[in-house]
Design a protein around this ligand. Structure first.
Ligand SMILES: C[S@@+](CC[C@H](N)C(=O)[O-])C[C@H]1O[C@@H](n2cnc3c(N)ncnc32)[C@H](O)[C@@H]1O
Length: 184
C-alpha cells in the first residue's frame, strides 16, 4: 500500500473508510490509487471507464494519471454518487469525470466502445460484465480487475483473464487480488 505522502488522494480514501464505517456499505476503497494513475499514464488514455466509483477515490486517481482523458464511472448507490460528485468537484476534476448513476448492467449498454483503460472495482467480478468490458475496450486497451480473490464468479473471471485468447494478464501482489490485463 502506498504511503499517504505518495498518494495525492489519500484524504479521499480516508474519507471513504470513515463513510463506510458510518454507512455500513461496501465502499471499500482500492488500496493503490497511484498504480491506477500510472496505468492510465502508460496507456496515454483518452477514455477511461470505471465500474464501482464509491466516493470517487479511484476515479480521481485514474483521471490524474491521464490529464487528457475523460473518465466515465458507474455507481448505483445514490449517497455514493452524491458524495463522489462533491469530492470530484472539490478536486477540480468535474469537467473530465462523469458519474453515471445506476446499475452496471443498465449503464454499460448506453456507453460507446473505444475505451483505452477500464477498472473493475464493483464488489465480486462476474463473467458477463467482463465480456462487456472486453467489447468496450479498444484492442490493446488495459483492464485492471480488483476483487479477484473473492471466490465464486471471481474464479470464473480469473480463468477467462488467463485464457490466453482474449486477454494477456498478470496478477499484481501476492494475494491474487488484482490483475492487469491487455485486450488481445
Ligand atoms: C469496492 S467499492 C468501490 C471503491 C472505489 N473504487 C474506491 O476505490 O474508492 C464498490 C462500489 O461499487 C458499487 N456497486 C456494486 N455493484 C454495483 C452494480 N451492480 N452497479 C453499480 N454499482 C455497483 C457499490 O455501491 C460500491 O460503491
Amino acid at each position: 500500500m502506498p504511503k499517504k505522502s505518495d498518494d495525492p488522494f489519500a484524504h479521499v480514501r480516508e474519507a471513504t473508510l470513515k463513510h463506510r464505517a458510518r454507512h455500513g456499505c461496501g465502499a471499500w476503497p482500492y488500496d493503490n490509487g497511484p498504480l491506477l494513475a500510472t496505468v492510465a499514464a502508460a496507456a496515454g488514455a483518452r477514455r477511461i471507464l470505471e465500474l464501482g466509483c464509491a466516493l470517487g477515490y479511484t476515479s480521481l486517481s485514474l483521471a490524474s494519471g491521464a490529464p487528457k482523458a475523460r473518465v466515465d464511472t458507474v455507481e448505483r448507490d445514490p449517497e455514493h454518487v452524491r458524495l463522489a460528485r462533491e469530492n470530484i468537484a472539490a478536486e477540480g476534476f468535474d469537467k473530465c469525470i462523469t458519474v453515471h448513476e445506476g446499475d452496471f448492467a443498465k449503464v454499460l449498454p448506453t456507453l460507446d466502445p473505444g475505451y483505452d483503460v477500464a477498472f473493475f472495482d464493483g464488489h465480486s467480478p462476474v463473467p458477463a460484465l467482463h465480456k462487456t468490458l472486453h467489447k468496450l475496450l479498444k484492442t490493446g486497451g488495459m483492464l485492471v480487475t480488483a476483487n479477484l480473490n473473492h471466490g465464486g464468479t471471481a474464479d470464473d473471471v480469473h480463468a477467462a483473464l488467463f485464457d490466453g485468447k482474449s486477454w494477456q494478464s498478470a496478477l499484481i501482489g501476492e494475494d491474487g487480488e488484482t490483475a492487469i490485463s491487455v485486450k488481445l
